[in-house]
Design a protein around this ligand. Structure first.
Ligand SMILES: Nc1nc2c(ncn2[C@@H]2O[C@H](COP(=O)(O)OP(=O)(O)OP(=O)(O)O)[C@@H](O)[C@H]2O)c(=O)[nH]1
Ligand SMILES: [Zn+2]
Length: 198
C-alpha cells in the first residue's frame, strides 16, 4: 500500500521528545533518574508519536484507494466509531464516539476506511469542531456523495481532571452536507444514531 500506516518510530523524533519529556519530569520535581521512571521519557516519547501519527497520513488517499462503483444510493451509516484524540489547548485526551453517514453517488467506499480516516484526523492535536469538519470535508471531497453527515460526541479530560472539573458533561458537534441539509434526511440519520446520544 502506498499510504503509510504507523509502523515504525522516527528515531530522531523519539530522541527529541525523550529529552523534552525528561525535562518535564524534572520540571514537576520528580527525579528522572529514579528506577521506576528512568525509561519513562522514552515511553512517553513513543506514546506521543503514536498519538500524533495522523500528521504523517493522507486521509484522502486512504479513501481514494478503496472506492468501488456501485448503484446503491440509500444512506450508509457507520455509528459508534471510537475516538481518542488530544485537545490542542492542554494536550489532554478527549474521547467519545463518531457517527458517519453518506448517500453514495455512484461510488461506495470500503467501510473500514471510515474509522481509518477518523483516526487519521483524531491522532493530531485537535479541537472537536475541527475534527468533525476535517472528517466531513474529506468524505465530501473524495466520495462526492449526494450527502454526508458527521456527528461526534465526546468528553474532554481537560474539563474533567482539571479546570471546571465537570465529570458528566458531553460535547456534541455535527456537520451536514448535500442531502443531509434537508430536514427529513438529517432526521432519519439522527434517529438511526439516537440511541447513542443523550
Ligand atoms: N471549542 C473547543 N474548546 C475546547 C476543546 N478542547 C478544550 N477546549 C477549551 O479550550 C479553552 C481554552 O481556554 P483558556 O481560557 O485559554 O484555557 P484555560 O485557562 O485552561 O481554561 P479552563 O479549562 O476553563 O481552565 C477551554 O475553555 C477548554 O474547555 C475543543 O475541542 N473545542
Ligand atoms: Zn483542553
Amino acid at each position: 500500500m502506498s499510504y503509510r500506516y504507523f509502523e515504525e518510530y522516527d528515531i530522531d523524533v523519539t530522541e527529541n521528545l525523550r529529552k523534552n519529556f525528561k525535562e518535564i519530569i524534572a520540571g514537576v520535581e520528580e527525579d528522572p533518574g529514579r528506577e521506576g521512571i528512568v525509561k519513562t521519557p522514552e515511553r512517553a516519547a513513543k506514546a506521543m508519536q503514536y498519538l500524533t501519527q495522523g500528521y504523517a497520513m493522507d486521509a484522502e488517499k486512504i479513501l481514494t484507494e478503496a472506492l468501488f462503483t456501485e448503484s446503491y444510493d440509500e444512506m450508509v451509516v457507520v455509528k459508534d466509531i471510537e475516538i481518542y484524540s488530544l485537545c490542542e489547548h492542554h494536550m489532554l485526551p478527549f474521547f467519545g464516539k463518531a457517527h458517519i453517514a453518506y448517500i453514495p453517488n455512484g461510488k461506495i467506499v470500503g467501510l473500514s476506511k471510515l474509522p481509518r480516516i477518523v483516526d487519521v484526523f483524531a491522532r493530531r492535536l485537535q479541537v472537536q469542531e475541527r475534527l468533525t469538519h476535517d472528517i466531513l470535508e474529506c468524505l465530501n471531497k473524495v466520495l462526492q456523495p449526494q450527502g454526508v453527515a458527521v456527528v461526534i460526541e465526546a468528553q474532554h479530560m481537560c474539563m474533567m481532571m482539571r479546570g471546571v472539573q465537570k465529570q458528566n458533561s458531553a460535547t456534541t458537534t455535527s456537520g451536514f452536507r448535500g442531502q443531509f441539509e434537508k430536514i427529513e434526511t438529517r432526521s432519519e440519520f439522527l434517529k438511526l444514531i439516537s440511541s447513542d446520544l443523550q
